[in-house]
Design a protein around this ligand. Structure first.
Ligand code: FMN
Length: 179
């Protein structure tokens, strides 16, 4: 069946990551992003597409840094707390009951409950359509040992797939309650 092209992304079940940043004063911020992808091996570059009004973009413009946190299905319910529009400099990480931990190469924090992290430095950004494509050079990539066996152990990590709004891919389509 054909669907309206404005709904194209609903055909693409995507891994949902949480992007953490810090304000120039060091207050953390986090938001779920399912528009995300690797785009270069050398240099290693990972990109997200961000609504230009988001605090994530505001912090990245100010600090040039961000962290990609890879999360599993068990954190699915948290996505609707993290996506809430809290005032600037209210940390969604603590609001969601998640734990901040220091990164190794950037000031933006990691989320401890994630199974893997990419610490990124802003490489380039470009407005495309109604989003900003934010490309980050990966300075450090780390995965919890128990989730890695030459490649990511998908059966164990259970990456959280996002489809649209409250629709996630668990195991076919689960609708999480909005917080
Ligand atoms: C599962 C999920 C995926 C999302 N993916 C994106 C995305 O890829 N790009 C985007 O701009 N917003 C996305 N959002 C919405 C933002 O996470 C949300 O608007 C958030 O409040 C932005 O936070 P910030 O203002 O602290 O940056 C998503 C929300 C959810 C629940």
């Amino acid at each position: 069946m054909e669907i309206d092209p404005v709904n194209f992304y609903k055909l693409n079940a995507r891994c949902c990551v949480v992007v953490s940043t810090a304000s120039p004063r060091g207050i953390s911020n986090a938001a779920p992003f399912s528009f995300n992808t690797p785009i270069s091996f050398s240099p290693p570059i990972f990109a997200i597409a961000c609504n230009p009004g988001h605090d994530t973009w505001r912090n990245i413009q100010a600090t040039k840094e961000f962290v990609i946190n890879f999360v599993g299905e068990e954190l699915g319910e948290k996505m609707h707390i993290l996506e809430k529009d809290f005032p600037y400099e209210v940390s969604e990480i603590s609001e969601a009951g998640l734990t901040e931990m220091p990164s190794k190469k950037v000031k933006a924090p990691r989320i401890a409950e994630a199974y893997a992290w990419l610490e990124c430095k802003l490489y380039d950004a470009k407005e495309l359509g109604d989003h900003v494509l934010i490309a980050g050079e990966v300075l450090l990539a780390e995965v919890r040992d128990e989730y890695y066996d030459r490649v990511i152990n998908v059966a164990k990590a259970k990456p959280l797939l996002h489809i649209s709004g409250p629709y996630f891919g668990i195991p076919l389509a689960k609708k999480f309650k909005r917080a």
